[in-house]
Design a protein around this ligand. Structure first.
Ligand code: NAD
Length: 566
């Protein structure tokens, strides 16, 4: 098929980055031949977006002949804002795409342009989603774990078949590199469904006997009902599916609210649910802001459980709103994660891994390192090599496969991250590389994007806000320490307790230090190697509860103890 369309329409379609490489200039139009590797779904999405361009008065030809095509189907819409056509998302309720009467702008972080409109949902949409989820619950919860498992496997397969377009969309929506989206975000989203499709088959319950009184006791578990799932913008589909998969595997129906800043891949996943065999109403996705639709979900009396991943202030609000209803809460929050590097560490491995742990995904991972404690005897050597390696961590446009880091999520967030560096400077700290020290070079089209260089700060006090508060950007502080006891005390001296890394070749020391760190996760001589069976979560202000095979199953079910007198 050959499509001829104007630059404006082409720029606005979901697969623009792929199509541009296949395009041929013909006057005011570009002739585009979608690659043979395009899936049916990609073709359908493209045709619908182009078609909507037509209905909106765009100049579009198909097969080189102007042809009036019918209006859009639900689920894919493009509309006009000024001269640009925008991708417009819809809520997914009871198995159908439902338009909203109010929308929010969503920005492409690599250009600063609005490219998408996200439903600005509220109470009304939550009511509709609750009704759908309530109606779907008896049927879904009555299915056997094997039947639910098959549906999850099918969904995993469909996501995997769409890996490339989901990765393209995630990278554009979030600003992360296409490489990270291809190798981490989307593969992990697929794995989330496969993992819980399998783990749901292997749970057993407890049984005890009291022969002296003729009693047998056992426990049974049942799904809780309608699960409210709220996820953040840093790993959009990855963290959303980490909640949806265990919730529906256990027999719940769900209402999910992704971040309003990164809603596109969740909406794309909705298109696969019916094909995977997910019945209408089992997964409902409502889009919009936290204060409006998030609070409507959290406050709804018929949603007994909230699984939230996000910031600590939002968690406080969710806790307040849930308290009158005694809701079950799982809170996965921020971190101020230390890396502790002893003099016997293998620096060949430690330095590249610590650069990665500090700056992966623009430093926008809750598990990223932001305080690096280095034993004094190797401090200068470490610092020199670390700064050199940081300078090699390439900032580039997200579509550049050689880039290590893309754009930050938003202008507001970029300004917030930069403000920490300004504060550090005024406190007398030294900025060794990155922001304000080195020069960032970007193509003209990306000059207004939300980019910054990975930044290393030193000569900073432990009580500085850069050492205490979560910055959630590509900024890390390096400081020296003398002894094991001292560094444990300093590492524990923040309100957070999510993840820590320890680098040493002394096994005894590793066990001692790991045990004393106030942290839900401790990686030694590595970072971010995840075992999904084991508990994930934080201590102190980093959260309440744990996620994982057994932990998620326990959270998404209610347990009951039954006593039989015989
Ligand atoms: P955020 O708290 O601003 O938003 C998270 C989600 O909550 C979004 O969907 C948002 O719309 C919603 N929300 C906001 N206000 C709400 C309200 N009043 N009621 C209900 N919902 C509301 O967090 P963010 O900026 O999207 O994400 C970054 C934060 O997430 C960082 O603190 C990071 O450390 C944390 N995080 C933690 C983990 C983890 O597993 N521990 C993983 C990723 C991110």
């Amino acid at each position: 098929m050959l499509l001829s369309l104007s630059h404006e329409v082409l720029e606005s379609v979901t697969y623009a980055p792929i199509l541009f490489t296949q395009s041929l200039e013909t006057g005011t139009f570009l002739s585009v031949r979608p690659p043979p590797t395009f899936t049916d779904w990609q073709m359908r999405t493209l045709e619908l977006e182009v078609r909507t361009g037509l209905t909106q008065g765009r100049e579009v030809c198909r097969e080189n002949q102007r042809e009036q095509l019918p209006r859009r189907k639900a689920g894919v819409v493009s509309t006009m804002a000024g001269t640009k056509a925008l991708l417009t998302l819809e809520n997914f309720i009871n198995g159908e795409f439902v338009p909203c009467n109010s929308y929010l702008d969503s920005y492409d972080p690599s250009t600063g342009d609005v490219y998408c409109r996200v439903p600005n949902s509220g109470k009304e949409e939550i009511e509709a989603a609750v009704e759908a989820a309530r109606a779907a619950f008896p049927g879904w919860s009555a299915r056997s774990p094997q039947e639910r498992s098959q549906v999850l496997h099918r969904l995993a397969d469909l996501l995997e078949q769409s890996l490339e377009e989901l990765a393209q969309a995630e990278s554009r929506d979030q600003g992360k590199t296409i490489t990270l989206a291809r190798t981490m975000d989307i593969p992990r989203s697929v794995q989330n469904f496969r993992f819980f499709a399998s783990s749901i088959l292997h749970h057993t319950s407890e049984c005890t006997q009291m022969d002296h009184v003729g009693c047998l006791h056992y426990t049974v578990r049942a799904p809780v009902g309608i699960a409210g799932l709220i996820s953040p913008w840093n790993l959009p589909l990855y963290l959303l599916t980490w909640k949806v998969a265990p919730a529906i595997a256990a027999g719940n129906t769900v209402i999910a609210k992704p971040s309003e800043l990164t809603s596109v891949t969740a909406w794309m996943m909705c298109k696969l649910l019916e094909r995977a065999g997910v019945p209408p109403g089992v997964v409902n996705i409502v889009f919009g802001t936290g204060p409006r639709v998030g609070e409507a979900l959290v406050s709804h009396p018929e949603v007994p459980l909230i699984s939230f991943t996000g910031s600590q202030p939002t968690a406080e609000r969710i806790t307040q709103l849930s308290a009158p209803h005694c809701k079950k809460l799982s809170l996965e929050l921020g971190g101020k994660n230390p890396a502790i590097i002893f003099e016997d560490a293998n620096l060949e491995e430690c330095i590249p891994t610590t650069v990665k742990s500090s700056f992966a995904n623009q430093g926008e991972i809750c598990l990223c390192t932001s305080r690096i404690f280095v034993q004094k005897s190797i401090y200068s050597e470490f610092l020199e090599k670390f700064v050199e390696a940081t300078r090699m961590w390439k900032v580039g446009v997200p579509s550049d496969p050689s880039a290590s880091m893309g754009a930050l999520i938003s202008k507001a967030h970029l300004e917030k991250v930069r403000s920490y560096i300004t504060k550090a400077r005024t406190e007398g700290a030294r900025i060794l590389c990155g922001e304000g020290v080195d020069t960032l070079s970007l193509p003209p089209r990306n000059q207004a994007g939300y980019f910054m260089l990975p930044t290393v700060i030193t000569d900073i006090k432990d009580d500085s806000c850069c050492m205490k508060e979560e910055i959630f950007g590509p900024v890390t502080c390096v400081v020296p320490f003398d002894s094991e006891e001292e560094v444990i005390q300093r590492a524990n001296s923040v309100k957070y307790g999510l993840a820590a890394t320890v680098w040493s070749s002394n096994v005894g020391r590793i066990h001692r230090v790991a045990k004393k760190l106030q942290s839900g996760l401790v990686w030694t001589n590595c970072w971010l190697i995840r075992e999904l069976n084991l508990p994930f979560g934080g201590m102190k202000s980093s959260g309440v509860g744990r996620e994982g095979a057994k932990d998620s199953y326990e959270f998404f079910t209610e347990i009951k103890t039954i006593t039989i007198k015989h």
